[in-house]
Design a protein around this ligand. Structure first.
Ligand SMILES: Nc1ncnc2c1ncn2[C@@H]1O[C@H](COP(=O)(O)OP(=O)(O)OP(=O)(O)O)[C@@H](O)[C@H]1O
Ligand SMILES: [Mg+2]
Length: 264
């Protein structure tokens, strides 16, 4: 039986986005992310963008985050405002951190950007650090951290800034099995923290990203057309594949994975 929910207002709308360099990279990109409301739950959105290497995922990622202007078309968030740089928390693949600042200094800087935290920045950092198993690492510099710790600091930094949108480019690459489970748990925890929280994940790891998503968009090319577009949207809630632990072992999950691979 399908989990009870409603899809309400649009929280991110991509309209006719195209990107051309010396040749078309992206064309006719249209999609919408709606606020999913589940009675009795605070549940955000988790959206995955899948596509072959070199297809244009990172370019679309930059356009969605407002860090790059498309050649035409637009991306709008709340109240039809065009997205601008800084509106979204962006987590790049390499977990860029300020190498010359301690973890705590970086986190404090992020927290100070969030007006909602005024006066309780340090307390909030301590709470998050506990949750993210970073309490003992607050005084360290980034080069004294492991890859997984860097990733958690990076996610925490974006959370403290308070943005409802968090974009992650290849968040699962380079993690061992144990860290992978931790990263997944952490992302789910983030998506459950507020019903407007929206995670947009760009990933090669189809199984892991689909297992935590409610919607999948497949970016690919079509015969006779230059540039990539959204070839398919898969609503995982409709298929009863969203919000369920242990879904990776289910036959219908594996069938959906095979179907996605067929579009790549
Ligand atoms: N500044 C640029 N000028 C011209 N072409 C570019 C530029 N930046 C990226 N491209 C091209 O855009 C295409 C899409 O690149 P993008 O990095 O978005 O791929 P991707 O889907 O993220 O790949 P991967 O999975 O390997 O990260 C590539 O063919 C790349 O050569
Ligand atoms: Mg990329």
């Amino acid at each position: 039986m399908m989990t009870q929910h409603t899809k309400e207002e649009a929280i991110l709308q991509v309209s006719n986005v195209a990107l051309t360099y010396d040749r078309p990279i992206l064309r006719d990109i249209n999609f919408c992310i709606r606020n999913i409301v589940r009675p009795g739950f605070s549940q955000g959105q988790v959206v995955t963008l899948i596509g072959r290497s070199g297809i244009g995922k990172t370019q679309l990622f930059k356009i969605l985050s407002g860090l790059q202007q498309p050649t035409s078309g637009q991306v709008t968030i709340h109240d039809n405002q065009p997205v601008k740089a800084g509106d979204m928390g962006v987590i790049f693949q390499n977990y860029y951190l300020f190498e010359w600042r301690t973890v705590h200094q970086s986190l404090l800087l992020a927290a100070k950007k969030n007006k909602a935290l005024a006066g309780k920045e340090k307390q909030t950092i301590d709470e998050y650090a506990e949750q993210f198993h970073l309490t003992e690492h607050l005084g360290l510099y980034p080069n004294q951290l492991s890859g997984g710790q860097r990733q958690r600091v990076s996610i925490m930094q974006q959370l403290l800034k308070g943005s409802n949108f968090i974009l992650l480019d290849e968040p699962f690459s380079g993690l061992d099995v144990c860290m992978l489970d931790k990263a997944v748990e952490l992302l789910l925890q983030v998506s459950l923290s507020d019903d407007l929280k929206t995670l947009i994940i760009v990933s090669h790891d189809i199984e892991t990203s689909v297992a935590i998503s409610d919607t999948v968009f497949i970016l690919g090319t079509e015969p006779g057309m230059a540039g990539a577009t959204i070839k398919k949207e898969i609503d995982l809630i409709d298929r009863d594949l969203a919000w369920q632990k242990g879904i990776k072992q289910e036959k219908r999950f594996l069938e959906t994975i095979e179907e996605i691979k067929g579009y790549l």
